[in-house]
Design a protein. Sequence first.
Length: 77
Amino acid sequence: MQPRDVFDGILLAILGTILYIRLIGPTFSSSRLQTVIDVLLGLELIFYLIFAGIIAICFLGYLFVYLPQKQSKNPAR
């Protein structure tokens, strides 16, 4: 990992934390958490299967398209 990537990751984490605190943090309550849990548990199985399929397709694309291109540009040492 290059130093710029680490720096960008830290900035993204700080920005995400600030946005969470400003938008959601002060108004988030346990009743809202319970509502979110109830909604997630109430979803049909097909939604979870579709979501898992999308994640699997993205992972396979990363595994078979992105990684071989990256490795071909960086010779083995």
